[in-house]
Design a binder for this molecule. Structure first.
Ligand code: XMP
Length: 419
């Protein structure tokens, strides 16, 4: 193993992630563990050079004040105690002077270490991955291709609710450029038939989620000898799912719900990376920028942007207008600067004039927001000239649309998506 590691033990701090990131920013790899970690687990981890006991206000669990066991304290690895984060200089001196760590945490070393660990874990067995083309699953795929090549089997389910060009890009990058074994499931009709006439947003979400599991399960059953299921779990998924001392922020949702007779062992090679580190890992593995730096995209995809009951013509109009918006934002240098931007189409039509005749068509609504954690959001102040350009392209190029509106509502009161 190439990297030194500092273990952070959570003694009720609210700053565990911040401390881990601070240590990684100094060039030293760090992971967070609960207070009841054993000396044996620590001894089994490679290259642990120091332990940080991170104390804080959430130090009562099940009515008792928590601490680490004496065997951890006496295991021979340097230990110092900090409270809810600590002065940068104290931490730095502990890591480099006391623990004698080398600043050797970088993406190339991380990838080398993961490749070694994955080969050890998987051996000559096969791994299955649901490859949506989102950042996390794409980086997992690229890392597993580096580690085990053809032993990885990717399944890409095209449910018809992806953005323009996305399914084609997944096939091009993974099958053609990286040589992956990729099963492409064209399930567009199946999803759209199931969604026909369903207007309630939560019902739409449930249908999309359940149908996805069904298609994935059907593809998995056709394959022989798969022992592992890879998932794009990342560190915030784990931290936000709650630690022993912190409450759940949100449940960690990933591919779940597979039937009991399809039990796989999990492979989660990104589970210690923060989002920016996942992107850096993807870049180091050679994935294209527009895959690695793409904006967040909801699991139900364009399904929650074609408001109410989805119709194929409105869905195509959402896809086309979204592609124009993204193209113009990229041209204006806004890609990667605005957190999330997209179009949506409500289930109403309005009167307009097109080619000297009355038109009765849909409006396209543009939404562009900035946020840190998606809990609150402000709107992007788009330049008028850019809005003009996007509007004239949409009404000229997108079939069935005669009007464009810009949503000025922050969150709260409006959520980022309309459904
Ligand atoms: P809202 O609309 O709640 O969205 O302000 C906050 C963030 O979450 C995304 N979002 C979803 N992501 N499945 C997802 O994976 C969903 O059902 C879903 N709904 C909203 C949304 O795009 C925004 O980034």
């Amino acid at each position: 193993m190439k990297q030194d590691m500092i273990v952070i033990i959570d003694l009720g701090s609210e700053e565990n992630s911040a401390v881990a990131r601070e240590i990684r920013a100094m060039g030293v790899y760090s992971e967070i563990y609960p207070h009841d970690i054993t000396a044996k687990s620590l001894a089994d981890m490679p290259n642990v050079k120091g332990i940080v006991l991170n104390c804080g206000p959430n130090n009562i669990v099940d009515g008792k004040e928590i601490s680490v066991s004496d065997s951890v304290l006496s295991c021979g690895i340097p230990t110092t105690t900090i409270k809810d984060g600590s002065a940068h200089d104290t931490l730095k001196s502990f890591i480099f002077d006391t623990c004698k760590c080398e600043a050797n945490w970088n993406m190339n070393n991380f990838i080398d270490d993961q490749v070694e660990l994955l080969r050890k874990q998987i051996g000559d067995k096969k791994v299955l991955l649901a490859l949506s083309g989102g950042v996390d699953s794409s980086v997992v795929a690229a890392l597993l291709i580096r580690a085990i090549g053809k032993q990885l089997v990717c399944v890409h389910v095209n449910h018809g609710l992806l953005r323009k060009g996305e399914p084609e890009q997944v096939v091009k990058v993974f099958r053609e450029e990286l040589g992956a074994t990729l099963i492409y499931s064209d399930s567009v009709d199946r999803f759209l038939d199931k969604l026909a006439g369903v207007a309630d947003p939560e019902k739409k979400r449930k249908i999309i989620g359940a149908e996805f599991i069904r298609v994935f399960e059907e593809e998995a059953r056709k394959l022989d000898g798969i022992d592992f299921l890879a998932q794009g779990t990342i560190y915030p998924d784990i931290v936000e799912s709650g630690t022993k001392t912190n409450k759940i922020v949100k449940s960690h949702h990933n591919v779940g719900g597979l039937p009991d007779d399809l039990k796989f062992e999990l492979v989660e090679p990104l589970k210690y990376l923060f989002k920016d580190e996942v992107r850096a890992c993807g870049k180091a593995l050679g994935l294209p920028d527009d895959m690695v730096y793409r904006q967040p995209f909801p699991g139900p995809g364009l399904g929650v942007r074609c408001l109410g009951a989805i119709t194929r013509d409105r869905l195509e109009a959402v896809r086309e207008s979204d592609a124009i918006l993204r193209e113009e934002f990229a041209r204006a240098g806004l890609q990667g600067k605005v957190w999330q931007y997209f179009t949506l189409i409500p289930e109403v039509k309005s009167v307009g004039v097109k080619d000297n005749a009355r038109s009765f068509e849909w409006p396209v609504i543009i939404r562009a927001v900035n946020t840190v954690d998606a809990m609150t959001a402000t709107i992007e102040h788009i330049d008028w000239a850019l809005l003009d350009k996007i509007t004239s392209r949409i009404i000229k190029e997108v079939k069935g649309v005669n009007r464009v509106c810009y949503d000025l509502t922050p969150k709260p009161t409006g959520t980022i998506e309309w459904e």
